[in-house]
Design a protein around this ligand. Structure first.
Ligand SMILES: [Zn+2]
Length: 213
């Protein structure tokens, strides 16, 4: 009655209500589309930037060392994957010239030939060219936790590789050999021996791989 007196009727108000509601819905729909388009554009830009730049950003090792040619010294086939896989993969991905010096053929269980092939296959997967793999088969360096590897022999082999390849970065085990294997630790002591005997070539950066806590 009052609304009629004021000149309004229910149908008129209902139409206004529907009009406002439809405009609000259109506004919400447009706003949602705008947000979706903005988020999608943002993700596309992030993806493009990542593909273009982020994969080439320096890792801790690359940035810290500026390594161009790296020698990874391992004791047995499989060490390259078990202990240095991410490092080798990342370095190869960045275009670093990675060389592997494997000091034995891993013949502990009489499977030296098999493990040798596995090393070659693993290196191919990691990105190391087969010509960059050097596997030593020396009777003094037999794969066994009970065999003490002569440190000067290892040092001589590493020294030869460092000099002949003009390596700028050496990566190997830490004192504990990561897994406490004596053959691994022997490599660390050989590198330490090279420093003590002052036969480590100049400008070599050494990084001992540490076990995960
Ligand atoms: Zn090993």
């Amino acid at each position: 009655m009052l609304l009629s007196i004021l000149g309004y009727d229910w149908e008129y108000l209902y139409n206004i209500y529907l009009q406002i509601l439809s405009e609000v819905l259109v506004y919400v729909k447009n706003f949602a589309l705008y947000i979706c388009a903005w988020v999608l554009s943002y993700l596309l830009v992030c993806g493009a930037v990542y593909r273009r730049y982020a994969r080439k950003l320096p890792t801790r090792i690359r940035g810290a060392l500026g390594a161009k040619r790296v020698l990874i010294v391992i004791a047995h086939p499989d060490d390259e994957c078990m202990f240095f896989g991410p490092t080798i993969f990342r370095l190869c991905e960045q275009g670093t010239d990675v060389h592997i010096l494997c000091l034995s053929n891993g013949n502990f269980e009489g499977k030296g030939q098999v493990r040798r092939k596995e090393l070659w296959s693993a290196c191919q997967e990691l990105g190391v060219p087969v010509e960059n793999i050097c596997l030593i088969n020396d009777t003094r360096l037999q794969d066994s936790p009970k065999v003490q590897w002569p440190v000067p022999v290892i040092a001589k082999l590493i020294h030869h590789q460092l000099e002949s390849l003009a390596v700028d970065t050496l990566v190997t085990f830490d004192r504990g050999g990561v897994s406490s294997h004596p053959n691994h630790s022997a490599v660390f002591y050989a590198v330490a021996f090279m420093f003590v005997e002052k036969i480590m070539p100049q400008n070599i950066f050494c990084d001992g791989q540490k076990a995960e806590e």
